[in-house]
Design a protein around this ligand. Structure first.
Ligand code: SF4
Ligand code: SF4
Length: 231
């Protein structure tokens, strides 16, 4: 399971600056269990948007936003509403946001941060990956995660080693994540985002919470201390 928590309202509204018409997408999978983006949670997000002066063009909830084929088939009936919106606000984990971003040529904003739980991520069939960094940046990168798509986890642009063909200098079989981000932002007419400076990330967020690290489930993964082996 991927654990999501809603970003503060002002951060969500800040990411929608300049967007007046917003399409809302939720997820009935992990996000529903986390009480962030399930069908019963979207009305509160919708109210918050409307109170901030945004027009919600429509909304839908997909069973598993991490399944891209499902996302594409479920969003297809909403094509006109999505294209009539300035952006799509996605209320779920970083994988779901990336799946939506790869499925619609529209600006996609994350409403949640994805929180590290130290494992138990399950699997998903698509190429989208989330490192559960706890401070989602997908709003400024065209919906492509710089942490999982860049070999060096660069968050403020490429390292300078991208090949002329747009491959990564660390692994030339792989696209440079920042080349992908550049091309996506260009398609979205949002290239100005590439010059925004992302503050230093809090790497402490990459660790699970104290509650998780002191849980029984966590404890079974800790090697038995040498002294205890003889008891
Ligand atoms: S920026 Fe990447 S790693 Fe961080 S929450 Fe978003 S998708 Fe996950
Ligand atoms: S070439 Fe691109 S993907 Fe590779 S490390 Fe540099 S910025 Fe990251």
């Amino acid at each position: 399971m991927l654990v999501s928590e809603l970003k503060p309202d002002d951060e969500i509204i800040g990411s929608l600056q300049g967007d007046t018409r917003v399409f809302l997408v939720g997820c009935n999978g992990c996000a529903s269990a986390c009480e962030t983006g399930g069908a019963e949670h979207l009305p509160a997000v919708r109210r918050m948007l409307e109170q901030a002066g945004k027009a919600v063009t429509d909304s839908t909830v997909v069973d598993f936003l991490c399944d891209k084929s499902l996302v594409r088939s479920r969003l297809r009936p909403f094509t006109s509403q999505i294209m009539d919106s300035d952006s799509v606000l996605v209320v779920t984990c970083g994988v779901g946001v990336q799946c939506v971003a790869d499925s619609v040529l529209k600006r996609v904003r994350p409403a949640c941060n994805t929180i590290n739980q130290g494992g138990s991520r399950g699997t998903w069939p698509g190429a989208e990956r989330c490192a559960e960094c706890g401070d989602c940046l997908l709003d400024s990168t065209g919906g492509i995660c710089p942490i999982t798509n860049c070999s060096k986890n660069m968050v403020n642009g490429p390292c300078g080693g991208t090949t002329p063909q747009g491959n990564c200098e660390v692994d030339r079989e792989r696209d440079c994540g920042w080349h992908l981000i550049y091309e996506r932002l260009k398609d979205l007419d949002e290239l100005d985002k590439i010059t925004e400076i992302v503050p230093a990330k809090k790497y402490g967020n990459y660790l699970p919470s104290y509650d998780v690290m002191t849980s029984r489930h966590w404890a079974v993964d800790v090697p038995v201390a040498e002294g205890e082996q003889d008891e």
